[in-house]
Design a binder for this molecule. Structure first.
Ligand code: NAD
Length: 488
């Protein structure tokens, strides 16, 4: 509920912006809400998780994301307020963004029950023209369903429009992705709803936000101002699913190429450079590794395949993308086994549990799935992640020790595994690392180091899509046995 003070603050504050409700204060909702407030809008963030609301109201930030704390401190209690009262938030707002979760059902379809429940609650609170905006990733036709649900609950047909504004932010760089997007997609079937959404994003599209001295700094490689693409709602819904499917396909493609590189002794990084410099292909998302994960790609691919099937199209390409992704993890496990021979009782240092660097999100993290498999094989694990340990602790407990540095993870280990591409893992003090390990073996699932350079430093180094390197193969390398002898 709003506190009286908060509510009157909201209603009297006449900012330059628009009154916006964002329903769902998770990854997307919280970032979108904080960024909309930074654009000058009056934002009410709604959630039905009381614990999360209390944390947000007391100034805590439930997710690890650069610049988010700064934005919340700037706007909390001013242009950004929190409530569990969805209907009051709807009554106070011109645009209502739905940003609740759309997890997969057992059949792999998107579970839209949270979206439906929000839509029916919105219905009872419509007190003037509103635009209800899908921010969550939803299958094509969801906007039709939202409209039907709102009408079914007796809202007048001309009192609202349903629009789609898919979110393309990436965890780890969510705030800058939102404020410096490659493009903004607005799916709107009426001019009125399209103009309202244009107005919301105007500070970005007219460039005025970027001229502000307090603007969140521009990340390298972004282009301003971003284009705003207006499409039909159905096209916008498809754009989001098709984008994620394409990106996942790019990852699986390069992982498949990496497997061939390993078989023939080629170097996948060189192959990536060669193909990625073709402007039609581009270098991004051509990163071989242990496969994609996270809260979006796995579920969105399954949902897209399910939608396609419902429309009468068997999207078999997506099956293959998913199969390669899973196989990539199994291949890495085999690589660990072939480096260490047997696994039972081995002590492994693990660097990284988050599904990617820069985030504490461990949903569908390939790193966590690998750690679970290694624990099942009887390994003892000391794991370090700069942000995700607390979340990982909730699901990993047996035989795993959470430590507070990469060197502590390496201490006395039979091998060190690199499973998440955190920047700090690419800048380790290799001498120190070498001294910590029982055996100087590094198995890198993210290709953070140059194999030759690692061998020169005395490591036996395995990576993805590149030949394993050992000190014996490198002239001038420090022999691991001589180091160990020196130590004793
Ligand atoms: P999340 O689980 O982090 O957050 C969802 C929030 O919605 C939770 O805080 C939950 O308590 C709240 N919620 C659920 N039902 C509610 C209700 N009836 N009323 C109020 N609040 C309610 O999810 P997320 O990662 O933010 O994802 C949200 C959507 O955005 C999903 O569809 C996802 O696919 C999509 N998306 C996610 C990302 C990402 O990187 N996480 C990127 C782009 C799009």
């Amino acid at each position: 509920m709003f506190l009286d003070g908060e509510w009157s603050l909201c209603s009297v504050r006449k900012g330059v912006g628009m009154h916006i409700a964002v329903v769902g204060s998770g990854y997307v909702g919280l970032v979108a809400g904080a960024c909309f407030a930074d654009l000058g809008h009056d934002v009410i963030l709604v959630d039905n998780d009381q614990q999360k609301l209390e944390a947000l109201k007391s100034g805590q930030v439930p997710i690890h994301e650069n610049f988010l704390l700064e934005l919340l401190q700037r706007h909390r209690g001013r242009g950004l307020n929190f409530t569990d009262d969805l209907q009051q938030a709807v009554r106070a707002s011109a645009a209502i963004f739905i940003a609740v979760g759309t997890p997969p059902t057992e059949q792999g379809e998107a579970d839209l029950s949270y979206v439906e429940s929000v839509a029916s609650s919105i219905s009872g609170a419509i007190n003037g023209y509103k635009v209800v905006v899908e921010k969550s990733t939803v299958p094509v036709y969801t906007s039709d369903w939202i409209r039907k649900i709102i009408l079914r609950n007796a809202a007048p047909p001309d009192s609202f429009d349903v629009a789609s504004n898919p979110e393309f932010l990436r965890e780890g760089t969510a705030v800058t992705d939102f404020l410096y997007p490659d493009r903004i997609v607005v799916g709107a079937d009426s001019d009125r709803s399209a103009s309202l959404l244009r107005e919301i994003y105007a500070p970005l599209t007219d460039g005025s936000y970027y001229r502000r001295p307090d603007a969140i700094p521009q990340p390298g490689g972004s282009r301003i101002p971003p284009p705003l693409i207006v499409t039909s709602t159905m096209s916008a819904e498809l754009i989001k699913h098709a984008s994620n499917a394409f990106l996942a396909m790019k990852i699986s493609f390069i992982n498949a190429v990496a497997s061939i590189c390993e078989s023939v002794g080629a170097n996948v990084q060189q192959v990536c450079q060669g193909i990625g410099s073709d402007s039609r292909i581009g270098p991004r998302f051509l990163n071989p590794g242990i496969g994609y994960g996270g809260s979006c790609f796995p579920k969105d691919l399954m949902a897209f395949r399910a939608v396609a099937r419902e429309c009468g199209y068997e999207f078999r390409l997506l099956d293959e993308v998913m199969r390669i992704n899973e196989e990539q993890r199994h291949r890495f496990l085999r690589k660990i086994r072939s480096a260490l021979w047997t696994l039972r009782g081995k002590r492994l240092g693990v660097l990284g549990l988050a599904f990617k660097g820069g985030t504490d999100d461990i949903r569908e993290s390939p790193a966590v799935l690998l750690v679970q498999a290694l624990l099942q094989e009887g390994c003892k694990i000391a794991a370090y992640d700069p942000a995700a340990a607390e979340r990982a602790r909730e699901i990993l407990n047996s035989n795993i020790e959470f430590v507070s540095s990469a060197y502590e993870a390496a201490s006395g280990a039979d091998a060190l595994l690199i499973l998440t591409e955190w920047d700090e893992f690419a800048a380790l003090d290799l001498n120190r690392l070498h001294k910590q390990l029982k055996y100087p073996i590094v198995i890198d699932g993210r290709n953070l180091y140059d194999p030759g350079a690692m061998a020169v430093q005395g490591f036996t180094y395995y990576s993805v899509g590149r030949t394993a390197a050992t000190p014996e193969t490198q002239p001038g390398a420090v022999s691991p046995s001589s180091r160990k002898l020196k130590k004793s």
